[in-house]
Design a protein around this ligand. Sequence first.
Ligand code: GDP
Ligand code: MG
Length: 666
Amino acid sequence: MTRRRNVAVVGPFHSGKTTLIEAILAQCGAIPRRGSVSDGTTTTDYEPESIDRAQSTTVGFAYCSTANIDLTLVDCPGFLEFAEEAKFALAGVDGAIIVIEPVPARVKQTRTLVEFLDERKLPHCFFVNKLDKPGSDFRGTLAELNATFGNRVVAEHIPIGEAEHFRGYIDLAEQRAFVAEKGVAKEIEIGPELEAPAKEARQKLLEALGDFDDHLLEELLEGVEPPLDEVRTDLREETSKDQIVPVLVGAGITDIGVAANALLDVIEKQFPAPDGDPKAPLVAQVLKTIVHPQSGKLSVARIWDGTLNADATLVDTSRDLKVRAAGLYRLQGKKQEPLTSASAGEIVAVARLEGVLTGDTLTSGAKIVREIPQIAEPLFAVAIKPKEKLDEAKLSQMLARICEEDPTLKIVRAEFTNELQLLGIGEVHVTTAMAKLSRKYHLALEMKPPMVAYRETITQPTEIHSRYKHQTGGHGQFADVKIKIEPRERGHGVTFEEKIVGGVVPRQFWPAVEKGVREALLKGPIAGYPVVDLHVMLVDGAFHSVDSSEQAFRTAGGMAMRDGLPKCGPVLLEPIVYVEAVVPEDSASAILGGLTAKRGQVLSFEPAGQRGFQRVIAFAPQSELGNYITELRTATQGLGNYTWRHERFDPAPPKVSQSVREAVSA
Ligand SMILES: Nc1nc2c(ncn2[C@@H]2O[C@H](COP(=O)(O)OP(=O)(O)O)[C@@H](O)[C@H]2O)c(=O)[nH]1
Ligand SMILES: [Mg+2]
């Protein structure tokens, strides 16, 4: 039990997480040879989409063992658009390693992540990676970490040399130095040039520990050297309680043994072991769902309590569903190693749990539902359509499957336009999902920007007279209507009223007139969009006892509208949405400027709940916001976000109206 550790590897995209995991696996002998990201041969980046992009696109699982621990590593994609899904995986680990590059300016990219970990009290450390790279700046990066997160983020290791001189690290607690020699860690003396910086850094480490340990603090004040055991105990307790955040160093790609050993050591000694009870009733939670078109579905779950057998009958308490497991596996990337059972603290894949989704709680019957992390609303939408005719049922089944695998995707029927849309965190996310869809299910889809739901309306009343008369062989067609059209207040819809006096149009034809009117209103005079907010009155007319029919009156009603609407001062209406953006203070003015440039109307601008952030509320035309999430992220280094909802329809400015008209007639 105490051997077990579950650790997520997180941090900005490209910081070297997948490479570092590969180094650890190789170091432990869990894989015969290290793969590389550029060759597409790593353990955790096995999905074709990840290999194509040379970037993790989804959460991957790996495991390894040393003499002292059994470790499950969870490789979390760093690219913001793929990282959202990792929140589920983070709900199933006991600690996290944040891998960053030795570049001070990049530190703030980890702010949201660190907040997420702190909210959950999840112990974590920073691993400053790629110290072999020219231009590495460890001191600057550490200073930026302190400036951003305070002094509880503190170096436990410092590098020996940097860039082309990078050789290894000094363990400040142990006061020992290690360098890589042919990939193997070797202990050396701390050289005289490093004595002073090591002493200074060690003092900072002890002071940080002293903040949570009065006894240690007293020793520091009295100038007494604290015993090593006390330092070790404090490091363990304060890291595992998320009080201090140790900073470690290395270069996952080069000094293999050193970086991997140092990390394994910290994971063993300072990260907590799971505390579940294998004998208790089963409680597990699904962290990730993988769907293979052929071999079926795997639900990767963290077992919190109890023991899970390969053929167990389970209750999904999140949806009140009884399911039966059809196999149990441990995952090494895409490889599945069968197990007969697994117990509290383990992360395993369970086969064929139909209907079970990521985030769900599984129990042996107990009515326990574990909390699920809140994930961002997908805001980037594309309209999708199968390239070939395909029955709707098959299409929606496949779409449901890819959403099952990635809960940050969503399929919707758009309000007003009724278009089928795929929504994701951003353009890359949605495009990758589409690529996956066509690969897995041989389903070719067309995607295009979603339609904007324009509307048309009128600004003046008019009266129109329409006579439909047609003679064909037998008996003819005759209908005569006089119709009044009046504007209505915005948002009040279309109403129809008859004001026939003396039966000039018999009652049985009134519904036909209304039908013709409403049909004609589906295609407005400006650009063919539905016409809204008007009142139509049938005020007069004439009929013929033989030639009049419902069909004839329906046609006459439609004619009246087609002739009358252009005389009513028609205007194009565009959808206006309510936007609420939360952005870092330093980018707030850029956001305001951006919204104004998009014809937005800023309503308020105030400090957000989150420190250092501003909340901007505005109304803006939906047509201007198609790619807004991308723009917002660029302007805020990925830290900003927004929500929106349809607010109302407003008359579009002439320029917009003109270009919409041109687009339609093109
Ligand atoms: N110089 C240097 N490059 C590295 C190191 N670790 C990873 N890389 C490179 O950085 C890139 C991103 O690595 P990857 O493991 O995919 O990063 P991830 O996105 O965090 O998983 C790849 O080209 C790696 O070869 C390192 O320690 N030093
Ligand atoms: Mg990766």
